[in-house]
Structure formats: C-alpha cells, structure tokens
Design a protein around this ligand. Structure first.
Ligand code: 9D3
Length: 253
C-alpha cells in the first residue's frame, strides 16, 4: 500500500506518521508514504494556493490547478493500476471499519487530499476525486488529521503490520462488539480487586467471561452496535446471563 497526502502542511503528516505502528510499517517498507505540497505546483511569484470564493462570502477556497498538478505528480510516482483519490471533508461518507477494510482489498495507491481554508474548488472534487470521506459530524480545522486517521486505520489492517498477539482480528469492532475489560498488577487496589475468574487459570472459563463482558458492555454503552449484529444462541445466552447479574447487583445495593 502506498499513501500519498496532498497537503499544505506535508511535514505535519510525515512527522505524525513516523511514530508507533505506522512508523514501523513505513520503516519495514510494508507501506509507503509521500506528501505533496500544492504550493510546490504554483506558477506565480507569490505561490498562491487559495483565492476568494466566487459569489462572495467568508474565507478562502483552494485553487484547482495546484491541487490537480500535485495529484498528477503523486500518480506518476507509483507504477500501479489501482489508484484511488479521496477528498477528506465534512461532506463525505462517514468512515467505518468496513469501508477502511475494503480499501486494503482493492487499492494499491491511496491519494488523500487534505483541505485547508473554507474548502476546495468544486471542479477538483467532481473531476479528480473518486470518493469523499468524513471522520464524523464535528468540525476540525483541516484534512491532515483525517488523512492520518485513515493511514493509521488502514495500515493496522495490512498483513504483517501487527504481531499475532494483538492482531487487528482481535480488536473491538472487528466482530462488532466492544472489548472486554482489562486488568494488570496489582491484584488488589483500594479502588477494587481483579475479578476472581481472571486469576483462576481456567482458560475456557476466562474466554467465556470475556465474551460475556464484551456483549454486556456493548449492550450497556453501544446498544446500536447490537442491532446490526446477529448473535449466536450461545452469545444470546451469555448476554442474558450478564443482564441477570446486573439485575442482582442492583437489587443488592
Ligand atoms: C468553519 C468552516 N465551516 C463552515 C461552517 C466549513 C468547514 C470548512 C473546512 C468545516 C471544516 C473544514 C475542515 N475540515 C476538514 O477538512 C475535514 C473534516 C471535518 O471537519 N470533520 C469531519 N471530517 C473531516 S475530514 C476533513
């Protein structure tokens, strides 16, 4: 997978991606990352990347030509077939794990366009971008953080990026449930004790307890996730058991 980010702040993207899982994946050449500054594709003395909106109104709009030429350079830098140009914007389709997962299947070069200012010229979106993606219904100041979110989330899904121990398969959301609770040393704190079952060494019982907790917490905190998740008979039973335990605790308080 090769990522290309079109951005007025290329150093921000390269720097932030150099840490942790993405940094390792770049080091190990499992992914490539390049950033392209539209300012380098301007032709005027002032290196102008933005201009006032036709029709008036506040803010500035990013010009078509520097963005288009930056995308062309990015495309020409990679010899591959399956390229996708994505504009990151509040008008886009809201990202989810399934959408990101589909990218790992069919895309070799993912070109992420990060906007600044009020927006970018509509003709660039219409003629050059294949898709428009959003992080969700809130406002951030530009597309760079969104590009970084996409790079991180897609990289984690690639084979050989995560070790077996914490593979993406075990992450919450891969099975549509929230995670079970985690505990580490010490066993006892004034703030509470580690659940007995986790100290038992009974791996079958521990797995059963964890699945029950994952189902229960999803029911408590994100019941919307359960609506789209067909539970098996066993899972249904575990969730009912969780609900009974919550009831009992409530009655004893
Ligand atoms: C204050 C400006 N807004 C007018 C009400 C419009 C606006 C312009 C540019 C709002 C946000 C942005 C910059 N945002 C992004 O580039 C962006 C984004 C977001 O703001 N929310 C969720 N996902 C994304 S992806 C890119």
């Amino acid at each position: 997978m090769h990522f290309d980010v079109i951005s007025l702040f290329p150093e921000m993207v390269i720097q932030a991606a150099s840490y942790g899982v993405t940094g390792k994946a770049i080091e190990n050449k499992i992914v490539g990352l390049s950033a392209w500054n539209p300012r380098d594709y301007t032709t005027d003395k002032h290196r102008t990347v933005d201009a006032k909106p036709y029709g008036g109104g506040p803010g500035m709009v990013m010009k078509y030509q520097p963005l288009a030429d930056a995308v062309t350079s990015a495309k020409n830098s990679q010899n591959c077939q399956n390229k996708k140009v994505v504009y990151l914007s509040p008008q886009g389709k809201v990202l989810n794990q399934a959408l990101l997962s589909s990218i790992t299947d069919d895309t070799e070069q993912l070109i992420l366009v990060s906007g600044r200012y009020e927006g970018i010229d509509e003709r660039f979106i219409e003629t050059i971008c294949d898709e428009e993606w959003s992080l969700g219904d809130y406002i951030i100041s530009g597309g760079e953080l969104a590009a970084l979110v996409v790079i991180d989330a897609v990289t984690r899904l690639l084979p050989d990026v995560l070790g077996d121990e914490n593979s993406a398969k075990q992450d919450s959301y891969s099975d549509g449930l929230l995670e079970f609770p985690h505990y580490t040393r010490p066993e006892k704190l004034n703030q509470g004790n580690v659940p007995e079952i986790l100290l038992s060494g009974n791996h079958a019982e521990i797995a059963r307890w964890r699945t029950k907790q994952a189902l229960g917490r999803t029911w408590q905190k994100r019941s919307d996730l359960l609506k789209h998740n067909k539970l098996t008979t066993i899972e249904h039973g575990l969730l009912e058991e969780f609900k009974r335990e919550v009831q009992l605790r409530y009655r004893n308080e």
